[in-house]
Design a protein around this ligand. Sequence first.
Ligand code: G1P
Ligand code: ZN
Length: 554
Amino acid sequence: MTPTAAAATIVTHATTPFDGQKPGTSGLRKKVVVFAQANYAENFIQSVFDAVQPPQGSTLVIGGDGRYYNRTVIQQAIRMAAAHGYGRVLVGQGGILSTPAASHVIRKYGSKYGASGGLILSASHNPGGPDEDFGIKYNIANGGPAPEGVTEAIYARTQTIDRWQTVDAPDIDLDTIGTVEVGGMAVEVIDPVADYAALMEELFDFPAIRALVASGFTMAFDAMSAVTGPYATEILERRLGFAKGTVRNGTPLEDFGGHHPDPNMVHAHVLFATMFGADAPDFGAASDGDGDRNIILGKGIFITPSDSVAMLAANAHLAPGYARGLSGLARSMPTSAAADHVAKALGIPLYETPTGWKFFGTLLDAGLATICGEESAGTGSDHVREKDGLWAVLLWLNILAVRQQPVAQIAAEHWARFGRNYYARHDYEALPTPQADALIAELTASLPGLPGRAFGPLTVATADSFAYTDPVDGAVSRNQGLRVLFEGGSRVVFRLSGTGTQGATLRVYLERYEPAGGTLDAQTPDMLADLIVAAEALAGIARHTARTAPDVVT
Ligand code: G1P
Ligand code: ZN
């Protein structure tokens, strides 16, 4: 850059308030056609800058999952940052930064250059393309999603906004690494993978994993044509020595090849077929659009995310980054209690939080928890402030390299020690909101009368509406899901999705606990049959919604 470049003239555009962001949500997620309306993306970015009031000379990290419209919004965000006193923008080459990599870059360069935050452009596992979804969210200097106070301030600003400001400058070359100048501000195009890969090398025993690979261990990783492709290719194939082709669908595409980049049995069915097929590799994994979710499979076995967080926690000390042990574990309330048994055995606290990664942030910042997980394929640790798909894959690989056992055996030994939490989630999607609200209201009213009542072989022990008090900042969150706990540790949880875009989505979480010595190798649907009947009897799902089966089972 030319250090003497004169600050460019700020251009002010008039605008009007908009209702894009719901209060309290971490960012804005809409169809591309909505984002493409005049002033729309600009209004949100301006609302962020007005709410955050970045100190002069701050650093802003920008990157996204590569979906359609990513580049357009990035160019505009760079110009707007120049008009708001930022001293430096760091942007991933090609506009790419996975969500966990963005979190790391914010943390790393925040300490190098001073106060920092980031704009992450993604709609996670939602499809991409001109007719599909786009999203922007703001992360704060700790690398995590903006907390409620900040998102409320952003929302409040969207209600009064009357102008957005930018500088008059051409688009930069996003594909060439190096530093350019926009309106007196430095824009550094960085390698999106390098910093993240270096962090993974610090945490995990790469030589041990390389030796495992050299011994003939094979793997399939499905990047789903989304952001993890470059990360997985660099780390798995180049640094760890897995064969070329181990990473499938490894080139990020603007429309994810027309698929949903959602790693589940439906959208990652090819990977599931591979892992349950005759020539299955030893290990299988996939990540979502922006790289924060993961699924884990072995030959002929799928490890539920709830089990995965428990198994990772029980074995984390085998990885150099966690050899000192864990300070605590945290899981969202609907996530199975598998992690609880591990926490108990390790003698460390277990925090049960409401659904959503943001609730782990205060625990991680305060050093109360080291590993966190959600049943919805999110796992992570205190190395960043987002969930991290490849991190979970690499911790599994580290454990496999040390234990020298197949995934299925690690699972079997885990259950033999801690017992097994059979688990499934049933989703009823696009319900008319009044029907879903009526179901929840009626069930809520019935909760006090449930303890002691029998549903088939199950007897209710306790029933409540989950409320959470953050142990660090004391913030109270109520109505975070209805939970019915049966004697013996089985459970049904009901809650409405906070991220659905069409009507209401009812999620029913079913969990049956079999203690060590019980039935540990049965089929999950068989083990959950009584709970499914009990869930219907408790909530009257068919009566309220006229649905007799869930749309999605995960
Ligand atoms: C879903 C998941 C939740 C996750 C969130 C964001 O939220 O259930 O665990 O944190 O997406 O990825 P929900 O739609 O259930 O509110
Ligand atoms: Zn995601």
